[in-house]
Design a protein around this ligand. Structure first.
Ligand code: 13P
Length: 245
C-alpha cells in the first residue's frame, strides 16, 4: 500500500488560502506517497479547479443521508460533486463538540462508500484514558463500532489520533505509536480478515516537519493526518518529503 499524507485544514481557510494549494501543486514532483488536502467544504470546488487532480481533496465530515431536511449538513454525494474523493469521519473534534457516537461514524462511513468516497475513520484515546492504561481497549472499541464490517483497504483508511496529541505539540513516544499501530493492525485483521491486512493506518496529532521522518518510518504507520502543519505548503511539503520511497 502506498503511504498517504493527508492535511486536515479544520475550520481554517478562505479563497486566499488557495495559493497554498497552488504552491503545493507546483512543488509536488513525483511524491513517494499519495497526498490529500481536506479544506473547509466551502473551498473544495474552487480547490478542485486549481489542483486539477495533482493531489486528492476531501471533506472533513458528512451526513449519513444523501439529502433531506438537515439544515447545515452536507451529504457525501455533495462532497463528491464538489470534487472530493475522501472524507474524514469521526474526528475527535466531531465526537467531542458534535456528540458523534461510534454508530454515527459507522453510518457516515457507509454514506461515504455509497457516494464513492474513501472514508478516513478516526479513533484515539483521551489523556485520562491513556494514563489509566485503557488506550488499547478504547481504540479497539472505537474500531469495532465505528468501522463497518464491509470496510476494505480500497474504501477505508484508519487514522489513530490520540486526543491529547492534537494541536498540543505533544506526541506519544515512537515506541507507543508503534505499539498502538500494531495493536490496531491486529484488531483490523481479527475483525476484517484479509481486508484488514492492507488497510492504511495513519498517525495524527502534532505531526510537523521536525518529527515526520521518525513517525512515518515506524512499522504499521501508513502515513499521517496533519492539522496545523498542513496549512502552509512549505511545511506540508517537508512532511510529504519525509515519506521514504
Ligand atoms: P494537529 O496536527 O494540528 O495536531 O492536528 C491533528 C489533527 O487533528 C488532524 O486531524
Amino acid at each position: 500500500m502506498r503511504a498517504l499524507v493527508a492535511g486536515n485544514w479544520k475550520m481554517n481557510g478562505t479563497p486566499a488560502s488557495l495559493g497554498e494549494l497552488e504552491a503545493l501543486k507546483q512543488a509536488l514532483a513525483a511524491p513517494a506517497c499519495d497526498v490529500l488536502v481536506c479544506p473547509p467544504a466551502t473551498l473544495i470546488a474552487q480547490a478542485a479547479w486549481h489542483v486539477k487532480g495533482a493531489f486528492a481533496l476531501g471533506g472533513q465530515d458528512c451526513h449519513a443521508e444523501p439529502k433531506g431536511a438537515f439544515t447545515g449538513d452536507l451529504s457525501a454525494e455533495m462532497l463528491r460533486d464538489a470534487g472530493a474523493s475522501f472524507v474524514i469521519l469521526g474526528h475527535s473534534e466531531r465526537r467531542q463538540y458534535h456528540g458523534e457516537s461510534n454508530a454515527h461514524v459507522a453510518a457516515k462511513a457507509r454514506a461515504a462508500w455509497r457516494a464513492g468516497l474513501k472514508a478516513i475513520i478516526c479513533i484515539g484515546e483521551s489523556e485520562a484514558q491513556r494514563n489509566a492504561g485503557e488506550a488499547p481497549h478504547i481504540c479497539q472499541g472505537q474500531l469495532n463500532e465505528s468501522v463497518p464490517p464491509e470496510a476494505t483497504s480500497a474504501n477505508s483508511v484508519i487514522a489513530y489520533e490520540p486526543v491529547w496529541a492534537i494541536g498540543t505539540g505533544r506526541t506519544p513516544t515512537s515506541d507507543d505509536i508503534a505499539a498502538m499501530h500494531s495493536h490496531i493492525r491486529a484488531c483490523l485483521v481479527s475483525r476484517l480478515g484479509a481486508a484488514g491486512e492492507g488497510m492504511l493506518i495513519l498517525y495524527g496529532g502534532s505531526v510537523n516537519p521536525g518529527n515526520a521522518a521518525e513517525i512515518l518510518g515506524l512499522p504499521e504507520v501508513g502515513g499521517a493526518l496533519v492539522g496545523g502543519a498542513s496549512l502552509k505548503a512549505a511545511d506540508f511539503l517537508k512532511i510529504i518529503a519525509a515519506v521514504k520511497a
